[in-house]
Design a protein around this ligand. Sequence first.
Ligand code: NAD
Length: 681
Amino acid sequence: MSTVRTEQIGDVLLIEINNPPINAGSLTVRQGLSAAIEQLQTQPELVAGVIIGGGTTFVAGSDLREFGQPLQDPQMPAVIALIEACGKPVVAALHGAALGGGLELALACDARIALNGTLLGLPEVTLGIIPGAGGTQRLPRRVGVARAIQMVCSGERITADKALDLRLVDEVVAGDLQAHAMALARRLAGSKCRIRDEQVPTEDAAAIEQAEQTALRAGKRRPAVLAAIAAVKNAALLPIDEGLAHERAVFQQLRVSTEAYALRHQFFAEREAAKLPAALQAAPRPVQTVAVIGAGTMGAGIAICALDAGLNVILLEQDDVALQRGQQRVAEHYQSRVTAGKMKANVAAASEGRLSPTTDWAQLGRADLVIEAVFEDMAVKQEVFRKIDAHARPGAVLATNTSYLDVDAIAGLTARPQDVLGLHFFSPANVMKLLEVVRGQQTAADVLATGMALGKKLGKLPVLCGNTFGFIGNRIYNAYRKQCEFMLEDGAWPEDVDKALTDFGLAMGPFAVADLSGLDIAWRMRKAQAASRDPRERYVAILDQLCEQGRLGRKTGAGYYRYPDGKQVKATDAIVRAIIEQASGQRGITRRTLDATEIQRRALLAMVNEAALLLAEGVAARPSDIDVVLVQGYGFPRWEGGPVFWARQQDRAQLAQDLQRLAGESGHGFVVADLSVLLNP
Ligand code: NAD
């Protein structure tokens, strides 16, 4: 089927792109557009053209699957060259979104008219590439180099109103977009207005420098960010054809880089993760009212994101003092959003208006879904679930936000284990996108579907997990942290490990993370597990000793690191080093230097091994789900694609050899996984 339809309306040619769902600028679209412009050029009775998107959007991006292969002609720059060379004006009529190649196409037209609410942006850098069809050359000719650097490097999407202020669009309209665009095209008949002929506005060099520095910091100096800055600056330095040729060459180079593959992998992995495997698909139960039990750190955050999604929220606490504290958290959040200009006061008030704080359990009867977020203590959770079971209406979905506890043991306390599942949010719950949706042994398919649907409604990335200690994320993180502790005993200092891993790209090193979350959480869990621990297992007691000395992390001013005035001292102090040296001595280890490469490989392999075990156990449904969890929830660098993607880039024989060595270094209890479950896509 043709993806571009033309229709002669009077003396104007309407060119409509129909390539659902996003009207991507795929090969057939480019062919269709080329033919349509040819028609416009050659039919003498036509005076102008209008390019419009059929359905819900203009061109909202490219077909990313094409990017991994040789691109077929005509490519987008050739289509754009035809539009610019055409003797008759072409108007781009925008609605929905004009992103990436879509915005580049629009910028090649003689005018742009947008429906109120349209979003415009160039997100290429977030996919490890740069705009390749003139975006870096035409955008700065309208908005200036500094603003273009900001937009291109961040992938920012701006609204039509903002685009009008920036002269990126010429008109913003409401109502019948096509009619407005046709009228504009007729008014332009006989003229040509190409952005390529315009000069880049003169600007303050300091403003450009500042935009550049901000982009470099935010983009962690990734290759695409550096390349995008250089390309945009070319717009002011080179004739446009040279600037375009340079941009295209860099685009072609970057699109086949490992980084771009990794980012595309993560993009597809996120979409895939949100879908339940075919065997588990069912219609979700309707959810309009959610009850959140516990208004602490997590409960308040969960309540906020449910309110933001337009749901009614019953927030239940054990007493008035705790309830007021929770209510205060929610109120402060909205106040700060309004003060920062990120939310309109009436929108914030409407959200808060849907909150019903209570200490009355009978209120649960109104909820379609209940999320428990009380202390991480089985006895407390059991007591709470008994009450939930007594008050929730039949058919309500019952969820626990536990981080580690057994969802089946919790479900088993109710008379309706089929209605129970885990919904593991990440902190801060109103910010972090990851949501682990935990399937208990008896969880019904429609309950699982409800969990996934709720995640999407809340703007999260829901990932299906089996019920195991720590689910996907915390179980892999524990294996990784354990390996990092082994490396302390083997000869590294915490700062060596943290630096090697932040150099790899992790947002924070494991010991800085431990200090931030508080060592006492892990300490409590270790004590609880002490009786069941196999004495032959390699157990690193450094953390316990730090806790015994009152070093519980940032909140006590010291943990692995010291924090005078709240700021981390980069190197560990003599007390910590003495504890670590003593631990090495007790294990009979002669301390040696571990370089960054060894630290990175050991830490990553520990993750990869645990990931393979999780897959073999069926806890994770797909290898790519693991990458989504680690990137979205644990600061794993997105441009490395996740641990599974990383492993697939390694030499297999070397990986197997390193894993054997890791097993030796890790000692008794380390289970070597069969990596083939995740290496073969
Ligand atoms: P928190 O201590 O901040 O809040 C717990 C709240 O539960 C308190 O306000 C308390 O008053 C309330 N509560 C306790 N018993 C109650 C009862 N019987 N009835 C009603 N309310 C009761 O804890 P948190 O950090 O918000 O953690 C809550 C849950 O979320 C835990 O299971 C935790 O493992 C999990 N979790 C925490 C994080 C995190 O980073 N903090 C992340 C993911 C999951």
